[in-house]
Design a protein around this ligand. Structure first.
Ligand code: 6LW
Length: 505
């Protein structure tokens, strides 16, 4: 009998490392594709919430919910009132909202972040993560990437003033500093020690950080201490995770770093982190994205993804048709800086945009544009628009003020034309121009792995007007901390958009 039992258990026994390997092949990644950098996560029972940085976009800090870590729904934006998100002079995507941290303590959600250029570190609170969130509570300790750690009725804040991970105790209700700021760790010598988080496990305080900068050399390192104020001792096996390695340098996924650990309610440890997918060589244009991996512990130190590189394994293609039948926009829509309210109207099933003379190169005024993230390289963006008066409007791709492209209709007196224009750093280029005999046209941009096609619908079908290499709009070429966003834009005059379709393939 015993022998029989042993035999059976031999058949059904699957070693834990095999389960981990199986799990790794099943994980969809990125979990939040496209412009979703600097993720932070909190688990409340079996509800998971994530947030991301948003830079000069309004509204800011998108918040997502999931119950299975696979399907994510955007439930809002944490900073959705101008009073929470001053963006004065935030003229490019290196300014505005940097890495946020999301935490939950005693019935309250906390989101702490930095508004670079407009006040520095602050936090907001809510009892419902979908909002409303409070007005900003401004904080004294500076340095980017603030994080919170709650224990025993106390609240601690870490951030990286002067490139040193520094800790102080704060009053979570008022933000007042309750203890002097104490430097904890400079990391292992990589540039930009940042993205700190503190976790407690088995009586150790773990200080997880990123080093190397958010590009190819990005890595995660860790130190621990028995006391929250230190001294912290670095793990000898650092870095605990990087794709800047012989094993991973050919992987499409690069720039891995900026992680936040969490525990599922079954006690297992996991992490979200940022990385990007390369297209057309060593370039990424979709932005830094949110990835997920399991964390296991060996001899008191964390092992991410079983010690293996993380592969891209994207989820199913998403399509969204916006018909403008309903007033208002979903939480995925964003503006560059604060929108001028009167320039946006949804009426009779059409989106009416009024231009203010500002194109995407503007560094002070908000162009009249409604944008959403491009989350897959291969996709189609399509609209139909009518110019209601002299001016210019169309469909655009936006990375930064010096990196954008679009297909536009122009009306000038009696003459109508369609143009495709690019701005790549200081190079402005009109790639195509075509005279039209109508005030209305269907325009589309088709994205592929390494290029975009700009097309107009003619009586005999779609006609390609121009092509642009996608790497020209990448972070490596035009800069910034974001990723491509896309949507309708009106530069001058006013235009009515019948629909906007975003279809991934
Ligand atoms: C962010 C920092 C980083 O605050 O880039 O990749 C900065 N990590 O932690 C901007 O996203």
């Amino acid at each position: 009998m015993k022998r029989q039992k042993d035999k059976n258990s031999a058949i059904f026994f699957i070693p834990s490392h095999m389960i981990l390997l199986l799990l790794l092949t099943l994980l969809l990644n990125p979990i939040l594709p496209g412009f979703h950098p600097d993720p932070s996560i909190v688990a409340v029972g079996s509800d998971y919430y994530t947030v991301n940085s948003s830079f000069h976009y309004f509204p800011g800090v998108p918040i997502y919910h999931s119950t299975d870590l696979e399907h994510w729904e955007q439930i809002g934006n944490v900073l959705n009132r101008p009073s929470q998100l001053p963006l004065n002079g935030a003229m490019n995507s290196w300014l505005g909202i940097y890495a946020p941290t999301l935490r939950y303590n005693d019935g309250t959600f906390y989101m702490i972040t930095t508004n670079v250029g407009n006040g520095g570190n602050f936090m907001v609170t809510a009892t419902n993560p979908a909002g409303p969130w409070s007005e900003p509570i401004w904080l004294e300790q500076q340095g980017i990437d603030p994080s919170l750690y709650f224990e025993g009725g106390r609240c601690y804040m870490v951030s990286n003033p002067d490139g040193v991970i520094t800790l102080c105790e704060i009053d979570p209700a008022t933000g007042a500093t309750l203890s002097p700021s104490k430097p904890l760790w400079r990391g292992t010598g990589g540039r930009y020690p940042e993205g700190p988080h503190i976790y407690k496990k088995d009586g150790w305080y773990y200080l997880l950080i990123s080093e190397g900068g958010t590009e190819l050399a990005h890595k995660l390192t860790i130190a621990r201490s028995r006391k929250i104020y230190g001294p912290y001792k670095a793990f000898e096996g650092n870095p605990i995770f990087t794709h800047c390695s012989d094993a991973a340098h050919k992987n499409q996924v690069q720039g891995t770093g900026h992680a936040d650990f969490f525990q599922k309610d079954d006690g297992s440890w996991w992490t979200v982190f940022l990385a990007y997918r390369r297209y057309g060589g060593d370039f990424h244009h979709l932005g830094r994205e949110t990835f997920l991996a399991p964390v296991t512990w060996e001899k008191g130190w964390p092992v991410i993804n079983g010690g293996k590189p993380v592969d891209a394994n994207p989820g199913p293609a998403v399509s969204k048709a916006y018909s403008f039948e309903e007033a208002g926009f979903g939480p995925e829509w964003m503006h560059i800086l604060h929108p001028v309210e009167g320039n946006y109207l949804v009426k009779d099933g059409r989106l009416i945009l009024r231009g203010n003379g500002c194109g995407l190169e503007s560094q002070d005024k908000s162009p009249t544009a409604v944008l959403r993230r491009q989350e897959r390289a291969v996709c189609t963006m399509e609209t139909e628009l009518e110019l209601l008066e002299d001016g210019e409007a169309g469909l655009c791709l936006y990375q930064i003020f010096c990196g954008h492209a679009g297909i536009y209709l122009r009306r000038n007196g009696g003459s109508m034309s369609a143009t495709v224009r690019y701005r790549i750093r200081n190079l402005e280029h009109e790639a195509a121009a075509m005279t039209l005999d109508c005030e209305k046209a269907r325009l589309r941009i088709r994205g592929y792995d390494d290029h975009y096609d700009f097309e107009i619908f003619r009586t005999d079908g779609w006609q390609k007007l121009a092509t642009l290499d996608a790497p020209l709009l990448s972070t490596e070429v035009v800069g910034g901390f974001t990723g491509i966003t896309t949507g309708p834009l009106c530069i001058e005059g006013s235009a009515a958009f019948e629909y906007f379709r975003y279809e991934e393939c």
